[in-house]
Ligand binder design. Structure first.
Ligand SMILES: *Cc1c(COP(=O)(O)O)cnc(C)c1O
Length: 379
């Protein structure tokens, strides 16, 4: 494709830092570059405890172990999300209670959460879709009222905010992704943020194969051994070195991505007087972090036509999630409620290319191609 959907961006010093990590002679996890990444996130976003992981999926699995999720526990989350959001909890035996998306936005409908809470509910997992915040005051109030935990799936939400609070700093814990399709990336990578102090000690143990090795390295215990459940969740220094190279350029990466997002949005809004194509709704409490630009088509046929027309023009646009409540794996376990908005986004949402190296003229070209195709289709 002439214009791919995504292109991972090399911001400058990643390879130099990998070289440095190799020369340091310590390539396993939790070395200098991992610490530099942790320190960066703490100082830039005020996150309390940061633990790099090998993926957001891993960070979510850690959160499920930390919350002691057991057979029969219920976990509430949107259906319109990536499989890992659910899988992490299903692996521990949870029953997933899916919430529909909002009619005006693919994010979860906060007003439908409370009626799904039962005595078995252990956690609410919010997903900040496209980096656009869920209404966290509503969710945190429910959590306090009903004594349940909140995990933020902040995979797409780096450098995004709920009012003035950075996403990832609000729930009891949060999971970020640095997969190559995300704003800041290292191929495969992630991070668990622990905001509630009572979880931090165990989080370190779970991440270190169920051992107290982290405490041992700090000199707090004189030998380390098997003390809890765990797995190998920490990335190597090579991964951390690459990630640190990206983090140093977070501001310029974010500026460019937000500019691209704004150019898409203003161009479509100018044209949409001719035809009614809904552009993304950003609630007043949320910010735009330039993760994703999407459009919502009238139906799946119109979307297929658009994808095809864009492809013919050398532009790769893609659809997104398939509702998890009707997935091959989970539909028999779902409680049967229809989730019409989630299904609508499954059929109608179209994501357009967005990556650092795109030029303004490419963005305009994509907008023109979309607008022409829609006019063709609707006439
Ligand atoms: C990308 C993504 C994940 C998975 O991230 P990995 O780092 O690939 O494990 C999970 N949830 C959401 C919402 C995502 O967008």
């Amino acid at each position: 494709m002439r214009i791919p959907f995504n292109k991972p961006y090399l911001s400058g010093k990643e390879l130099e830092y990998i070289n440095e990590a190799v020369l340091n002679g310590k390539l396993s996890g939790d070395g200098v570059f991992t610490k530099k990444c942790h320190d960066y996130f703490k100082s830039k976003f005020g996150f309390k405890h940061c633990l790099l992981t090998t993926s957001c999926t891993d960070a979510l699995e850690m959160s499920a172990i930390l919350l002691d999720i057991k057979e029969g526990d219920e976990v509430i989350m949107p259906s319109y999300t990536f499989v890992s959001t659910a899988n992490a909890f299903v692996l521990r035996g949870a029953k997933i209670i899916f919430v529909d998306s909002r009619s005006d936005h693919p994010g979860m409908d906060e007003s439908q959460i409370e009626m799904l809470i039962t005595p078995k509910t252990k956690a609410i997992v919010v997903v900040h879709y496209a980096g656009v915040s869920v209404d966290m005051n509503v969710v945190m109030d429910l959590a306090t009222k009903h004594g349940v935990y909140v995990v933020e799936d902040a995979a797409q939400a780096i450098d995004s905010y709920y009012f003035e609070k950075p996403l990832g700093s609000i729930g009891h814990m949060a999971a970020f992704s640095f997969h190559e399709t995300k704003n800041i990336q290292c191929g495969e990578g992630g991070m668990l943020v622990v905001n509630d102090d009572k979880f931090i000690k165990r989080a370190e143990i779970i991440r270190e194969k169920g051992t107290n090795r982290s405490a041992f390295f700090r000199g707090e215990v004189d030998k380390y051994g098997w003390v809890d459940l765990g797995s190998s969740f920490l990335p190597s220094e090579i991964t951390a070195a690459y990630l640190f190279g990206q983090l140093e350029n977070l501001e310029s990466i974010q500026k460019r991505r937000k500019d691209i997002w704004a150019l898409y949005d203003s161009t479509f809004k100018l044209q949409s007087t001719d035809f009614n194509l809904p552009t993304p709704l950003i609630p007043e409490f949320a910010s735009v972090n330039g993760h994703m630009y999407y459009l919502v088509c009238n139906d799946q046929h119109e979307r297929a036509f658009l994808i095809d027309q864009l492809k013919k023009a050398g532009i790769y646009a893609v659809f997104h999630y398939l509702s998890l409540h009707v997935s091959t794996y989970y539909h028999q376990l779902h409680d049967g409620r229809d989730l019409i908005n989630s299904d609508a986004y499954t059929d109608q949402l179209l994501r357009l290319p967005l990556y650092y190296e795109m030029t303004d003229s490419q963005v305009i070209e994509i907008c023109d191609t979309v607008i022409k195709a829609i006019k063709n289709y609707r006439n």
